[in-house]
Write a protein that binds this ligand. Structure first.
Ligand code: ATP
Length: 530
């Protein structure tokens, strides 16, 4: 299935089955903000519980915190978020759209007008793309798709120097280096400056990258002036660093140990896109693992392996997961290593989590800006040092989207399409649904209620008595419920005592129905959930 079609289907299912809604939809929505419906809220909670359980509760060397979203503004000076070196932006001189400089080429290559232009090249044609092809495109499709592209605005001028450039390339425009050729098409006068980067939306000239602050501003207290200016945190990590001394003094932990936090973060992203993938309000699950200087490489390796493995435990297929190791020149100046856990979304392979060895940059900065010593005293070696840190930082919403995308399946069942969300049972929003075969037969309803009450304390259970059983199965399949229990006349003993107090247990993936005793349901489902 083509990626945009698949994504549209996934977005539609998310709305239809209560996973994700557009925020403030009744007012026309607000770009970059999303609401989770009943199924989505359960899914997100399951992700966070799984992370907290595996990263904090089941370890002896990690403790948790839950810090405020609004912090002292000095925190953001220390962290480097104020001061402008974060996220340089380019804007279009024509349509005024803003883009993140580090992401803009990815957007250019994927946009409609570039794809259309690159489509002119036919490897079977020995002439490559001719000036004539380009001019025809500029005066036809180009006018609609990229009206502000130099080649479209002024084809003759652009093509005049392009012919020279093409001659230097052996006379052939073959798009082997697409980025370079796109730069050529975007540049009206080659002699006056460097190649222009074009706007993915209209083809116009983008400015050089300029610093842009992604933090949302607000005021704390009655006065709305500079003195009361505060920010919504753009990451949860800084709360952990500012509480490092407090946690150290109360938790009996010794280095190496970690402090974890799950919470909301806010970034005024220029281009929210790909559904919830890049939002302006999102949740992070972050761990700062404090270590002895010099042990960075080995701890980084350990955490990369741990984190990659974790994604499989929540049901993401290994084949869609990968790890991108940063090259030396891509690292922040303070980092000694960084790796991103990547997932193959329908819209491309993208980051789920970053794992960075950040040295002692953050604690040193807070020591400098707060004047409080962040040193740790190692009572075994009698050494004093500012701990280094390895930071695995994941986004709850991206993990939820990855799970939704990989769970989505369409199957042909006797000529009909069955949509089924194959969530791992551990992460599925609803574990089991209970149905009375018919809703207008009180003995069936009464018995089914008993079964529901039996299961509810153990699993997230849903009651469903609408429509016929087939329709209920389809509904639960789309919600990803692994098991459905139906109370029928056999349960009441109508076919004889051997079936009394038995129900059908239907498996979402195999669609097989087994007859099981009501008394065995809890241990059976508990076993399957492990
Ligand atoms: P990107 O390069 O995609 O903007 P980043 O490298 O800036 O991400 P980090 O600052 O390392 O992201 O944040 C850690 C994690 O938080 C990311 O791996 C991602 O899962 C999540 N995250 C970051 N920005 C967003 C966003 N705008 N929307 C949803 N999740 C986000």
């Amino acid at each position: 299935m083509a990626a945009p079609v698949l994504m549209d289907k996934i977005v539609a299912l998310c709305k239809r089955r209560g996973f994700i809604f557009q925020s403030s939809e009744i007012y026309g929505g607000i770009n970059g903000f999303w609401d989770y419906g009943p199924a989505g809220a359960e899914l997100k909670r399951n992700i966070k519980d799984a992370w907290w359980n595996d990263v904090v509760r089941s370890r002896t060397d990690v403790v948790g915190v839950d810090c405020s979203i609004i912090m002292h503004p000095k925190v953001w000076e220390a962290s480097g978020h104020i001061g402008g070196f974060k996220d340089p932006m380019c804007s279009c001189k024509f349509c005024k759209k803003l883009y993140r400089a580090d992401q803009v080429w990815e957007q250019i290559i994927g946009c409609g007008w570039v794809q259309s232009l690159l489509g002119l090249y036919d490897p079977a044609k020995p002439t490559g793309v001719t000036g004539h092809d380009l001019k025809r495109w500029a005066q036809g499709k180009g006018k609609q798709l990229a009206p502000n592209l130099a080649l479209v605005r002024n084809p003759d001028v652009t093509l005049s120097w392009l012919a020279e450039a093409a001659a230097a390339e052996g006379g052939l425009i073959n798009f082997t280096d697409a980025k370079k050729w796109i730069g050529y098409f975007a540049t009206e006068q080659r002699a006056t400056g460097p190649l222009v980067t074009p706007c993915p939306t209209c083809g116009g000239d983008l400015t050089e990258p300029r610093p842009f602050n992604l933090m949302f501003k607000t005021h704390s207290g009655a006065l709305e002036d500079e003195s009361s200016l505060t920010y919504l945190r753009p990451e949860t990590a800084q709360g952990i660093f500012t509480e490092f001394l407090n946690v150290l003094s109360v938790s009996r932990q010794k280095i190496p140990f970690g402090i974890a936090q799950i919470g909301k973060a806010f970034r005024n992203e220029i281009n929210p896109r790909n559904f919830t993938f890049r939002s302006r309000e999102f949740e992070q699950m972050e761990l700062e693992f404090f270590i002895k200087p010099g042990t960075d490489a080995e701890w980084h390796k350990t955490w990369v392996a741990e984190r990659l493995k974790w994604y499989e435990t929540i049901g993401l297929p290994a084949a869609k997961l990968s790890c991108y190791e940063y090259k030396k020149e891509e690292l922040a100046h303070y980092a000694s290593a960084c790796a991103d856990v990547m997932f193959e979304f329908p819209f491309g392979v993208q980051e789920l989590e970053g794992i960075a060895a950040r040295g002692n940059f953050d604690l040193s900065q807070h020591q400098k800006f707060s004047g409080k010593s962040m040193e740790y005293f190692d009572d075994e070696t009698k050494e004093r040092f500012i701990p280094h840190v390895v930071e695995p930082s994941a986004g709850v919403d991206r993990v939820a989207l990855a799970l939704i995308c990989s769970a989505y399946h369409e199957e042909d069942i006797a000529g009909e399409v069955r949509v089924v969300m194959r969530f791992a049972p551990r992460i599925a929003p609803i574990k089991v649904a209970v149905f009375p075969l018919l809703r207008n037969k009180p003995p069936l309803v009464e018995k089914a209620r008993e079964v529901f009450k039996l299961l509810q304390p153990h699993f997230k259970t849903e009651w469903d008595d609408r429509g016929n059983v087939g329709k209920r199965y389809r509904y639960q399949d789309e919600q990803g419920t692994p098991w459905c229990v139906t109370v029928d006349f056999d349960t009441l003993g109508e076919k004889g005592p051997e079936l009394l107090d038995t129900v059908t247990l239907r498996d979402r993936d195999t669609m097989k129905q087994d007859r099981v005793k009501i008394a065995e349901l809890v241990p059976l489902i508990t076993g399957k959930l492990r």
